[in-house]
Design a protein around this ligand. Structure first.
Ligand SMILES: [Zn+2]
Length: 414
């Protein structure tokens, strides 16, 4: 039975959002949390972008030593041979790629402005897939940008050509959030049936339907006999109105009426990490979680009106669809209300030792030399993120100082 896989694209679509960004250490922490949750794949960056090189290599190293395992780390590039060649020149050991090209007449005419035809798009994509295969890529997705405004027959042709040339999946991009659950269901079901290739659903939220479209799309792909891969971002952060929110997508798959049991996640997802990853992404992006966000919003389990409060006290199931503990909520969080010692880019050893002591860092890290080395890296990490590091970041640096050093080194252009 075909199933649903999750590909989180926060570290690609999320960070390319206007006015928002993440430090390389923050991107790494997100990969770690996604892996802990059981997310199948993280679109972790841009292999052809120079300032990403050390970050990408450091994360592939983390995969090698088992820290980022079993999650797949996949890079996003344009579906042209030049980008594939440059990718394997810069990151020879990258295993997973998504190759993206526009497929709608709107984009072909409006973006390429006569420089490319529909045939050229197919030629570029298939040549890029072939090149990536030749370089030994383990998995390849061929992305149809603006798929929802693409002629259906041409989209099927695109998917068939991708499959023939060895792509593992096609990404159906509802780039403008134009679809609705009914249209996306029909379209991707047809593509799945005709081209017989697994399909990714990449949905945007311009009409407020990103999650609903992802779910309906997954249903269509599975009904068409193929595996479905839903693209998510943490807290729905993404271009313009954003993407499909990771936690809401998981909740919808697991809890929505008549969905669970028929359309299942392929991987075991540990929803109890939801609270942690949502809070971290909110802090790292500097974007508050909306009060009414599914599962992780401040009001997601709040009841005030007489009838509701009375009902939920008698039996939570009267007014709650799922339990807060399932999402990792319910533990008290310590907030310092008195004197506070922070680490920062100009911090010193005694404040730093105090903080690491509070975190109960194992004794072997607490030699003076080691502490100085880690403090130096923490100061660099602060320069990069311009905000105090969270506990997990400090522990990460203390545990993997060599990898942290690589992450924090942005080698300038030659
Ligand atoms: Zn997107």
């Amino acid at each position: 039975m075909p199933a649903i896989y999750l590909i989180d694209v926060t570290n690609r679509d999320g960070v390319q959002t206007a006015k928002l960004g993440l430090s390389k250490l923050e991107k790494t922490m997100l990969n770690i949390y996604l892996n802990e949750m059981g997310v199948f794949q993280s679109e972790f960056g841009f292999p052809t972008t120079r300032h990403e090189t050390n970050y990408i290599e450091a994360n592939l190293e983390l995969a090698e030593i088992g820290v980022l395992k079993p999650i797949r780390l996949e890079g996003w590039i344009r579906a042209i041979v030049d980008d594939v060649e440059q990718t394997f020149q810069m990151i020879p050991n990258i295993n997973h790629l998504n190759l993206s090209i526009s497929t709608s007449d709107q984009m072909i005419n409006g973006k390429f402005q006569g420089r490319k035809t529909r045939d050229d798009v197919l030629k570029d994509m298939t040549a890029a897939v072939t090149a990536a295969r030749a370089h030994g890529a383990e998995s390849i997705g061929a992305n149809a940008e603006d798929a929802s405004r693409t002629d259906l027959n041409y989209l099927v042709e695109f998917a068939q050509a991708a499959k023939e040339h060895g792509a593992d999946r096609v990404r159906y991009c509802d780039t403008l959030g134009y679809d609705n659950p009914f249209t996306i269901y029909e379209t991707v079901r047809t593509v799945a049936e005709k081209a017989q290739i697994p399909i990714e659903l990449h949905c945007h939220n311009d009409l407020g339907m990103a999650v609903a479209n992802s779910i309906a799309g997954a249903m269509g792909v599975i009904d068409g006999g193929q595996d479905a891969y839903i693209n998510t971002t943490v807290n729905g952060i993404g271009e313009r109105a954003g993407n499909a929110d990771l936690i809401a997508v998981i909740l919808a798959i697991k809890k929505s009426k008549e969905f669970a049991g028929t359309y299942e996640l392929a991987n075991n997802i540990d929803l109890s990490k939801a609270w942690k990853i949502a809070k971290f992404a909110s802090y790292a992006f500097g974007v508050p979680i909306p009060i009414n966000q599914p599962g992780v919003g401040a009001n997601a389990f709040a009841h005030e009106s007489g009838i509701h409060a009375d009902g939920v006290l008698k039996d939570p199931e009267n007014y709650e669809l799922y339990d807060y503990e399932e999402l990792g909520r319910g533990e008290a969080e310590l907030v310092e209300t008195g004197r506070e010692i922070c680490t920062g880019e100009y911090g010193g050893i005694s404040g730093f030792s105090h903080i690491m002591g509070q975190l109960e860092v194992p004794v072997k890290w607490q030699t003076r030399e080691k502490a100085n080395e880690i403090l130096e890296l923490v100061r660099y990490a602060n320069v990069e993120s311009q905000k105090p590091l969270v506990e997990d970041q400090l522990l990460f640096i203390a545990k993997y100082p060599g990898i942290a050093k690589k992450l924090l080194t942005l080698t300038p252009l030659e």
